[in-house]
Design a binder for this molecule. Sequence first.
Ligand SMILES: N[C@@H](CCC[C@H](N)C(=O)O)C(=O)O
Length: 302
Amino acid sequence: MTDAHHGTAPTVFLKGHGTENDFVIIPDPDGRLDLSAAQAARLCDRRAGIGGDGLLRVVRSAAHPEAAALADRAEWFMDYRNSDGSIAEMCGNGVRVFARYLQRAGLAGAGDLAVATRAGIREVHIAKDGHDGTGGEITVDMGPATLPGGDVTVIVGARTWPAVNVNMGNPHAVAFVDDLDDAGALLRAPGVAPAETYPTGTNVEFVVDRGPRHVAMRVHERGSGETRSCGTGACAVMVAAARRDGLDPARTGHPVTYTVDLPGGRLVVTERTDGRIEMTGPAVIVAEGVIEPALLGAEPAP
Ligand SMILES: N[C@@H](CCC[C@H](N)C(=O)O)C(=O)O
């Protein structure tokens, strides 16, 4: 039961986005809102709820069982949910928006900030306001990519493409295509073979070249459908493109930067010589309000 159910305190939400990957933000510093998958999905519903590709619950690490061990290194835990209510390990655009919320709430300043996620701690740098009305850019150390190898195929209808299996804390299948329209309407999740490569499902990226170290992509996200941007996806795409282009900073001793265009905006992704991936992009809060208790609703008895 939440405070909202008892009518003692309203449940506040904010709405934000990073390159139009949009999120319902629920400040819950003391971890009192034990949001179910159904409640998260209702909040993300674009017709009957607030609407979002995902949900970011802002909880003190010390107040969350999955993050308490990280509390001495990161005060805040990003409890991320996809729009269908499922839990994901990591969200790259989400962690920038999460940091922007903390800054707006006076819980963090411009500069460096550590955020706990299910994929571990992510170091975030909030740039001073660029005076463009959006609060300036935010850079996240997304950690190293893992490329487990093996042949993966992405399937949409009768079409298939070879894909690269990349893990950014969450799973990705990156397919290079001739034209972004080749993936069709993406109303359903693309198939992947062998399916066992991704026991918990996967995000799928479709990529074309735009120029030297410049790509464009579409993404179908696990648990959310096609979205206008995906930060972990952009990082997975950058690494897959770099390896395809024969670039590996750990071997050459030179960092590599790719510009990644998405339907909702642009992300800049750099792979450092230590193998860590840095992603830079915008993060904007657009609204704040109060959730009607009926939207959270009473959960059916088990
Ligand atoms: N949009 C996110 C990724 C969110 C999680 C993903 N749908 C999954 O299930 O792994 C991003 O910006 O990285």
